[in-house]
Design a protein around this ligand. Structure first.
Ligand SMILES: Cc1cc2nc3c(=O)[nH]c(=O)nc-3n(C[C@H](O)[C@H](O)[C@H](O)COP(=O)(O)OP(=O)(O)OC[C@H]3O[C@@H](n4cnc5c(N)ncnc54)[C@H](O)[C@@H]3O)c2cc1C
Length: 299
């Protein structure tokens, strides 16, 4: 498909070809996007989806802090939401937040406004869209608890709304799929005042993580009643290596890119770790890191 056949009526939408995606991933790995765009408004996002007419796969990346982007060419259109970053207060306690808004930016605003609730998000990288997709959180809480409604773009480019109760969420999961989150309305109406002690406590826990290294956070979810990090440690995974991908010596649930790791190195290392834990304990670890897959496939 020729590049400009995408949005002939909207030259302001810039679509690039063969865009290296490693700079859009905190792991710093991954191949190139055949086509790549960073819409600057929700209507541009809708237009991009409309013109692809389900002829090519469409992928979405937020902050890239929870994904492994496959090596090689990612055929189709990859969209980065980073430029969809506005935050608008609707009233004293609720705001509409575009999906590319950085979670820590929202947390800083809430802290300044003395509105509590999201203290547990201290230090979680990434965007609101990515946080909703995996119900990011800590200490038994997740961001989805605060969502009143999600506005999302479906495969036809239509903006659809999911109100609270129309989607489910749980530990690192949200049932919304097959749509791109454009914005969310979050309500902090019943929240207590900001609790600095709680926030600092969550920040302090980050010290156990290998923060100076490139990673995508925890590799595996905690199985019911267990800590994945502890299981991986006990099964001897710390220090295991494939190429430049290594299991952190500091926290066994973090795979780090020590230099020029590829995404295949990281995936292979994750597989080795999961096999080791299974052989050792019989527990099957479920990945927390997601491999980039299409939001919309060719129909
Ligand atoms: C050092 C470190 C610490 C971390 N600590 C935590 C933690 O304590 N708790 C926690 O939960 N996570 C943690 N993470 C993981 C990560 O930060 C979160 O999962 C984060 O919410 C991901 O957001 P993102 O924007 O980076 O998503 P991405 O990595 O860009 O994407 C993640 C998934 O969401 C999808 N997605 C992104 N945007 C949209 C959208 N607009 N619409 C639809 N789908 C979308 C992507 O396609 C992908 O499947 C950590 C990561 C790092 C690197």
């Amino acid at each position: 498909m020729p590049l400009n056949s995408f949005c002939p009526d909207s030259p302001e939408i810039i679509i690039t070809e063969n865009e290296p995606l490693n700079r859009f991933s905190t792991l710093g790995t991954g191949g190139t996007a055949e086509f790549f765009a960073q819409p600057e408004s929700i209507s541009q996002l809708q237009e991009l989806i409309t013109v692809t007419r389900n002829n090519i796969p469409v992928y979405v990346i937020g902050g890239g802090s929870n994904i492994i982007i496959p090596d090689g060419t990612i055929h189709g259109l990859t969209i980065s939401t980073r430029k969809l970053d506005s935050l608008t207060w609707i009233d004293d306690s609720s705001a509409e937040i575009e999906s590319g808004c950085i979670l820590s930016h929202l947390v800083k605003i809430l802290r300044d406004k003395n509105i509590g609730g999201l203290e547990f998000s201290a230090g979680i990288p990434g965007t609101i869209g990515g946080a909703v997709s995996g119900n990011a959180g800590a200490g038994g809480h997740g961001v989805c608890e605060f969502i009143e409604c999600v506005k999302a773009v479906d495969s036809s480019g239509t903006l659809v709304t999911f109100r609270r109760g129309e989607f489910e969420y749980g530990y690192r999961r949200c049932s919304l799929s097959g749509v791109i989150t454009a914005s969310v309305i979050m309500s902090f109406r019943d929240c207590p005042l900001w609790n600095e002690e709680s926030y600092s406590g969550f920040m302090l826990k980050r010290k156990s993580q290998p923060l100076g290294f490139r990673s995508a956070g925890c590799t595996f979810k905690n199985p019911e009643g267990h800590s994945a990090g502890k299981l991986l440690d006990e099964c001897g995974c710390k220090g295991l290596r494939v190429g430049d991908a290594s299991v952190s010596d500091k926290h066994a649930n973090f795979i780090i890119n020590c230099g020029n790791a590829s995404s295949s190195d990281i995936l292979r290392l994750a597989e080795i770790c999961s096999e080791k834990v299974y052989d050792c304990t019989g527990i099957k670890l479920e990945p927390e890191i997601k491999t980039l897959t299409p939001c919309f496939s060719v129909t």
